[in-house]
Design a protein around this ligand. Structure first.
Ligand code: BGC
Length: 466
């Protein structure tokens, strides 16, 4: 991705004056100067403090009940369930005692029925299939298997293995679950199948990512997901969490699940909303919620781009004013198309041509159309990466003292792993806000599949400390 030099990025070779004017406007809306990011970061920090002081704030800053760190020398095999928005994975994680793990896992696609009604019975059946296929099902004489449950939605935890679902995010919307203990729902479903499996830990995916990064590298302090959704967890001194009424843990610290995707959702005052974002929000299943997530994460970026494309086509500035049934349908642009478009460097932008004409079924495209398409992908991606840096900087400056020595940030998710330029722009933007002598101590690492691995580690730690 190009740097944020507005004119460079948005000048379209061969464009008409009207097309160029529209692209310049997009440039102004999407390329955010550092001063703008600084103002958003300041507000983000204020919201973090607010969430540490009391419940029910826009940044929930949820105590995870994880008060330990793995040493990296733990060994043994542990189980986990990792529930995402479209898939479910059941895993057996083997810790090798040297910070490394091997996993054996099975992936299940959530059925429509599971998504609309029977989610927890479906999960229990997947666990049963996993255990039976491997002859691992405990018999009546054996102790129950302890399992960690990664649940990537906002849950107000009430203990290490219980928590009340606050709301669904990221497109999942199973009725009858909000306000209930998701571990109870799962444990009951496991019981109905007669499975001797005990849910020992309930873990947000960011908490899992942090713990798996920490098993590998003890300097890990923050775990982040930049994927279908976005969020972060970090180790905080319990003395800084004014709302915490529980006992003081021996370690003095606890992992907090920030639920940062909700930032700015109460007053919509600080993020750089464009009409394209507002349109998306209005038509989403969770309007006026997850405002930050909707500008950053994979579930939404394709739709932001689609709104821009239709805005241009409706003014006859793109595709000669034509669209298609596919392009007219919400969510028809997957964020992976933007990834492909952003790195298409072929002379005739043939990858983009394929997306426009074959995938989206728009009859023809000119070179100018394809250049505009590419620029939209770059703009939407660049804004996401720079806004992502806001959360990272806010979290780092909250614990600035940690930066006097090396710290690791474990990150997982499709945006971070696959969106061209995302990780570079993220790191570069963070470097603009953290003094150089401190920035050099930060290591950003990919914590691939960390959410499930981390849940198994938490299940192990929870069982050992009980
Ligand atoms: C959820 C978080 C989760 C994040 C990343 C958000 O939509 O609210 O709990 O950590 O997605 O998966």
């Amino acid at each position: 991705m190009a740097s944020s030099t507005l004119n460079l990025c948005c000048t379209i070779e061969g464009a008409s004056a009207e097309q160029q004017a529209a692209m310049d406007l997009l440039g102004k809306q999407f390329l955010l100067p550092d001063e703008r990011l600084a103002a958003i970061t300041k507000e983000f920090r204020r919201r973090m403090e607010e969430g540490l002081a009391a419940d029910g704030k826009v940044l929930k800053m949820i105590p995870s009940f994880v008060t330990w760190r793995p040493k990296g020398n733990e060994t043994g095999s542990y189980f986990a369930i990792d529930l995402g928005g479209t898939n479910l994975r059941v895993l057996k994680v083997t810790l090798n005692g040297k910070g490394g793990v091997t996993t054996e896992h099975q992936k299940f696609t959530l059925t429509q029925e599971a998504k609309s009604r029977t989610l927890f019975d479906f999960i229990a059946q997947c666990v049963e299939t996993f255990l039976d296929d491997r002859n691992l099902r405990p018999t009546g004489r054996q102790p129950p298997i302890s399992i960690g449950f990664t649940f990537s939605y906002p849950v107000q935890q009430t203990s290490i293995n219980s928590g009340i679902l606050a709301q669904w995010t990221k497109g999942l919307n199973v009725p009858g679950c909000v306000g209930r203990d998701v571990v109870r729902l799962l444990q009951d479903a496991l019981l109905r199948l007669g499975l001797r499996v005990k849910v020992a830990a309930l873990v947000n995916d960011t908490v899992g990512t942090l713990l798996s990064a920490a098993y590998n590298d003890p300097s890990s302090q923050i775990g982040i997901i930049f994927g279908t959704g976005t969020n972060a967890a970090y180790y905080e001194n319990v003395s800084n969490v004014a709302k915490w009424k529980g006992a003081n843990p021996a370690s003095g610290e606890m992992v907090l699940n920030m639920e940062w995707g909700a930032f700015d959702s109460d007053d919509f005052a600080f993020l750089p909303y464009t009409p394209h974002d507002i349109k998306l929000d209005r038509k989403s299943i969770n309007p006026r919620k997850q405002a930050y997530e909707k500008m950053i994460s994979g579930l939404y970026l394709g739709e932001v781009a689609r709104n821009i494309i239709l805005w241009l086509a409706d003014q006859r500035l793109l595709f000669d004013g034509r669209s298609s049934e596919i392009l007219n349908a919400m969510w028809s642009i997957d964020t992976s198309y933007l990834s492909s478009a952003a790195i298409d460097n072929t002379p005739d932008l043939s990858e983009i041509q394929q997306i426009i004409e074959k995938t989206l079924n728009v009859p023809t495209s000119t070179m100018v159309d394809r250049r505009i398409f590419k620029t939209i992908a770059v703009l939407v991606g660049e804004r996401a990466a720079r806004l992502s840096a806001v959360g990272v900087v806010a979290t780092l400056t909250k614990r600035l003292e940690l930066l006097s020595k090396k710290i690791n940030i474990g990150i997982d998710g499709s945006m971070y792993e696959h969106f061209p330029g995302f990780k570079e722009i993220l790191a570069e933007t963070v470097s603009h806000f953290i003094p150089e002598d401190k920035f050099k101590n930060i290591n950003f690492s990919l914590a691939k599949d960390g959410s499930g691995i981390g849940a198994a580690i938490v299940a192990m730690l929870a069982t050992q400390t009980q």
